[in-house]
Design a protein around this ligand. Structure first.
Ligand code: ADP
Ligand code: GLC
Length: 493
């Protein structure tokens, strides 16, 4: 067991490699670890899901029957711990809430008791901090699932000396997911009635968990500087732009990094052939492997293959890709899609695959390994997101020498240097429309045909580095702004 003190305690609903449905898991799998390598005493608390893959990392029970407290006096949680490369990861276990097939939903929709599940998670995590004597100085909540923790602490520290010195940070990975529920569930949360107002948790007569985090956290972060600006506008704020603007002095955008121990073609064990910017030949073999594996025409070895990996949701703009497939096919390119999500998009993908069986392949599902194979085997990566808080898949595509074609939003804007600028590593287009995407793909294909020009973009892409160490240091600045003495401790360590 790794024993406290843990100065910074992260609360998150996902952490790779234990659980993952998207980028939040990737971030949690590396940011706390990077902080701990920089000398920060950090721990993570997350739910113990039934589908948790604890494989290489044994978990141990560290506290049984941790009480969750008012207004749930009889409810308890068991707390487990794993040692993830020296980082203590605590798991909150209660089968009735987390031992399910999926994390948040079934094919039919969200679990009916999601609010209760994550009220429970937050309360149990805070209870674990107390009962395990973690000595948390800062509780750092991720997304709506953990947001209530900031609200509880803000109220409890008024009267409970245990919480008096604890500060909170709320990180927004996606402002569109807010966790909105009814007043009845607000009552179940045990928050005082005074939290039910426009500057608190109330949002158009609903109980808004993300808003609770925004209203009560001491500092707020989001995952790119551009998204930090965007979420204060009506276009991207999803109704929370007002409260965020009022808190703008406490809001900071810190760009995510990429974990190059997992996402580098030079040392990726999943790949048929490894390669690098200096030694790029293996990429062609990866492409041949991908085409062969998916039964696509070998002729595509001499034409660009477009890749798309992501949740099949409006955010990611997969419908915009679907709208232009016939036009794309006229460019004599291939298209490979990996994703799962909205049934309508999945059905359209299946039907397009039947129309172009040798040039389009769509894999519906979630397959970590295949995502690496597609990153390596494609030539151009499509990311026509309508909004993108940061986006990690374009960072990975850059690393794999697969320049992205992306919309000028959020983190895409902050990570891609658009052609024809000096140092270009990809292509950017302004509005998420079929015509704009098509024009940008046409341009990318034209440049791809010019071998030397393409090679320059690829090398730029592969040399673009999104350092987690740099970002972790920015989080340390945020923590130090709340507890000045932490900075001096870090200097000594
Ligand atoms: P978001 O978190 O909005 O989904 P990101 O780009 O930040 O987007 O991160 C997505 C993460 O999920 C990446 O690691 C990506 O490779 C992975 N991913 C998304 N869809 C799939 C899928 N169908 N199969 C495997 N990995 C996927
Ligand atoms: C969210 C966002 C994505 C971001 C990820 C990790 O899921 O949609 O843009 O990269 O969180 O921060």
């Amino acid at each position: 067991m790794i024993t406290p003190p843990h100065d910074i305690v992260f609360l998150t609903s996902e952490i790779y490699p234990f659980s993952k449905s998207g980028g939040l898991a990737d971030v949690m799998g590396i940011l706390p670890l990077t902080l701990s390598r920089l000398g920060v005493r950090v721990a993570v608390i997350t739910p113990f899901y039934g589908r948790l893959s604890t494989g290489h990392y044994p978990v141990h029970l560290v506290h049984e029957n941790c009480p969750v407290g008012y207004p749930w006096p009889d409810t308890t949680a068991d707390i487990y711990q794993a040692d993830y490369h020296g980082l203590p990861v605590y798991f909150v276990e209660r089968g009735e809430y987390f031992d399910r097939r999926n994390y948040y939903c079934t094919e039919k929709g969200d679990y009916f008791d999601n609010c209760e599940r994550f009220i429970f998670f937050c309360r149990a995590a805070l209870s674990a901090i107390r009962h395990l004597d973690m000595h948390a100085r800062i509780v750092h909540a991720q997304d709506w699932h953990a947001a209530l923790a900031a609200a509880y602490i803000a109220f409890w520290r008024r009267s409970d000396p245990f919480w008096a010195g604890v500060r909170t940070v709320m990180s927004i990975h996606n402002q569109a997911f807010q966790g909105r529920f009814s007043y009845r569930l607000f009552e179940q949360s045990g928050l005082p009635l005074e939290a039910w107002n426009m500057e608190g948790v109330e949002f158009y007569n609903s109980f808004n968990l993300l808003k609770a985090g925004i209203a009560y956290a001491d500092k707020i972060t989001t995952v790119s500087p551009s998204y930090a600006r965007e979420i204060m506008t009506p276009e991207f704020g999803c109704g929370l732009e007002g409260i965020l603007s009022r808190r703008s002095a406490d809001l900071v955008g810190i760009l995510n990094g990429a974990d190059y121990s997992i996402w580098s073609p030079e040392n990726d064990p999943v790949l048929e052939c490894t390669y690098s910017a200096l030694n790029p030949d293996g990429k062609q073999d990866c492409k041949a492997y991908l085409l062969d594996m998916l039964g696509l025409s070998p002729g595509l070895e001499h034409r660009p293959v477009l890749g798309f990996i992501g949740r099949l949701r409006g955010q990611k703009g997969i419908d915009i890709v679907l709208d232009i497939v016939p036009e794309l096919m006229k460019l004599n390119v291939g298209l490979v899609v990996l994703g799962e999500g909205k049934a309508e998009y999945e059905a359209r993908l299946m039907s397009i695959m039947e129309d172009y069986p040798t040039r389009v392949s769509a894999i519906i599902g979630y397959t970590e390994e295949l995502s690496h194979v597609i990153q390596a085997g494609s030539d151009i990566f499509l990311m026509p997101s309508r909004y993108e808080p940061c986006g990690l898949t374009q960072m990975y595509s850059l690393s794999y020498g697969t320049p992205p074609v992306a919309t000028a939003v959020g983190g895409l804007r902050d990570t891609i240097v658009p052609y024809p600028a000096d140092g270009a590593n990809g292509f950017i287009f302004d509005s998420p429309s079929p015509a704009a995407l098509l024009a940008a793909v046409r341009e990318a294909v034209r440049v791809w045909e010019d071998r030397a020009a393409w090679r320059r973009i690829q090398v730029n892409a592969m040399q673009t580095h999104f350092s987690w160490e740099q970002s972790a240091r920015k989080y340390m600045d945020v923590y130090a702004s709340l507890h000045g003495d932490l900075a001096s401790q870090w200097r000594i360590r």
